[in-house]
Design a protein around this ligand. Structure first.
Ligand code: ADP
Ligand code: MG
Length: 498
């Protein structure tokens, strides 16, 4: 639990938050020009006369960007309008060569949707954790182009120089605007995680916050509990990490609380968060701010999408995390926890499901995936969608354990190799000499040695402390390098002890 959750639950003020989330669409080229979209290229290489606003150029809409924007709108239960309008949002900034950004204003692509978030209740933990579902309403989803990037003080050009990189200029974005329905940093975090998961499942965006593909403006106000009017809001601009978002909310709630407590009034303003001082600072007040003089862009005709086209996009939306999670719980009898973990990414969920079908016992497969496969992938530093282990070979490996042909221990040890290089589990077990030892002579010898080395534990067992058998089992397994068939070991131990 964060400090904020603690303070807000005891505070007389209720925290009210609405988010404007910017998402880079996963296109190869920009929204109105053929320049490529990229993240690692040298500065000012992904540009084209349209991004540079050279005289005489005209924007041409990227059809695939429209499809992705509609997909995201439908996945968030918005109504997609058959007709929407691109508008010019005028402002001067060195990283905006045209002097205006093409966005949507009065007639956006989509309106009135919702995202359902799930929040862990404060009581209970582990498998018994109870959760509450909450709907966060969305006001709108609109399309726009990103601006370039100004780099202040890059350490080379001198501290008073500002460099401009136009690679990002014109990258397609959607802005998802929520209603002020969020009530804490915890809810904001859950909302963003749900959005990020949806954007990735639908392949609308890689939604990598570090690359600026997902970033948000956080609007915050306070009001007395029980009050139904909202207080005056401030807006924290362009936050792009979960940690900064949480810290910034906490700092801003503190700042506004202090103002209200001293009898003052919060002034509507745009703020910046300083992570070093953990404080929020006013950048500009609302009254001297943004008059963007929006008007419909005369270079662009209205964006018209037919109802059939919208339906085509709707039917192609894949199953999302929540639906998959629910299906895994009901269909495969998985715990809430396991189903949630397995549906974190579409790649992991698909891997699990294919392995579960190949093996036939979903719960056992879930354990293997969550415990061993994830760990092996992490150790090998390979993403789940790139591992060499196939779902079918995981199923055969587990089957070898089920049939007592190798031990869970040995199988676990093989996983790293399978994850990195692939291969046939049965062959590898044979080649590496990892067959389970069921040879009663070998096991009996190890059992006798362990009993001789641990007389005090043998004594304890005979005095009725039956749990020490687990310790002794461990010792025998160790003596056999984890290869002894555990069932045979337990049997031999019990026999000798009794
Ligand atoms: P602007 O462009 O002025 O920032 P928008 O309408 O695009 O305005 O966004 C307003 C955002 O602020 C929305 O996410 C909305 O939910 C949120 N918001 C509006 N009023 C409040 C309030 N009193 N407290 C917190 N958030 C608010
Ligand atoms: Mg705003």
């Amino acid at each position: 639990m964060t400090d904020l959750a603690t303070t807000s639950s005891v505070s007389k003020y209720e925290v009210v938050i609405g988010l404007e989330t910017h998402v880079h669409l996963r296109t190869a080229s920009k929204l109105f020009s053929p320049a490529p979209v990229g993240y690692g290229e040298d500065p000012n290489h992904n540009v084209h006369p349209v991004c540079l606003a050279l005289p005489g150029v005209l924007p041409v809409i990227n059809r695939y960007a429209v499809e992705l924007a509609i997909r995201a709108s439908l996945a968030t239960h918005c109504t997609v309008h058959e007709r929407s309008i691109f508008a010019r949002k005028n402002y001067f900034y060195p990283d905006l060569p045209k002097g205006y950004q093409i966005s949507q204003f009065e007639e956006p692509l989509a309106t009135e949707g919702w995202v359902e978030i799930r929040i862990d209740d404060e009581s209970g933990d582990g498998e018994d954790k109870s959760t509450t579902d909450k709907r966060i309403r969305l006001t709108r989803v609109h399309m726009e182009e990103d601006a370039g990037k100004s780099i202040h003080d890059d350490g080379v050009a001198g501290s008073d120089a500002t460099l401009v990189n136009l690679n990002r200029c014109g990258v397609p974005l959607i802005e998802i605007v929520s209603e002020p329905d969020l009530r804490s940093a915890v809810e904001v975090s859950a909302y963003l995680r749900t959005l990020r998961s949806m954007l990735r499942y639908t392949e609308v965006s890689h939604a990598d916050m570090e690359l600026g593909q997902l970033r948000c403006d956080v609007n915050i106000s306070l009001r007395l509990r029980g009050e139904d009017q909202y207080g005056t809001r401030t807006e924290l601009k362009n936050l792009n990490s979960f940690r900064f978002i949480e810290e910034a909310i906490e700092a801003e709630v503190k700042r506004q609380t202090a103002i209200l407590e001293s009898g003052g009034e919060v002034v509507q303003a745009t703020l910046r968060y300083d992570p070093d001082r953990r404080e929020t600072f006013v950048m500009r007040l609302k009254e001297d701010s943004d008059d963007y003089r929006y008007f419909p862009d005369p270079d662009l005709i209205p964006l018209v999408v037919s109802a059939q086209e919208i339906e085509r996009i709707r039917t192609a939306i894949p199953e999302l995390a929540e639906q998959k999670c629910e299906r895994f719980r009901r269909g495969y009898g998985l715990s809430d926890h396991a189903a949630t973990q397995l549906t974190q990414t579409r790649a992991l969920a698909n891997f699990f499901e294919a392995a579960a079908i190949a093996h036939g016992q979903p719960k056992a497969v879930a354990n293997w995936v969550l415990r061993d496969v994830i760990q092996a992938a992490r150790e090998c530093e390979i993403e789940i969608d790139a591992i060499a282990l196939t779902p079918e070979s995981l199923a055969s490996l587990i089957r070898l354990v089920d049939e007592g042909k190798t031990t869970a221990n040995s199988a676990g040890a093989l996983l790293r190799e399978l994850v990195a290089n692939g291969g046939d589990p049965a062959t590898l077990v044979r080649e590496r000499g990892l067959e389970a030892v069921s040879d009663s002579g070998v096991i009996a010898e190890a059992v006798m040695a362990v009993l001789a080395e641990n007389p005090e534990n043998v004594e304890k067992f005979r005095e009725g402390d039956e749990k020490v058998i687990n310790f002794l089992m461990g010792q025998v397994m160790r003596k056999t390098q984890g290869k002894a068939n555990p069932a045979s070991v337990r049997e031999a131990l019990s026999r000798e002890l009794k």
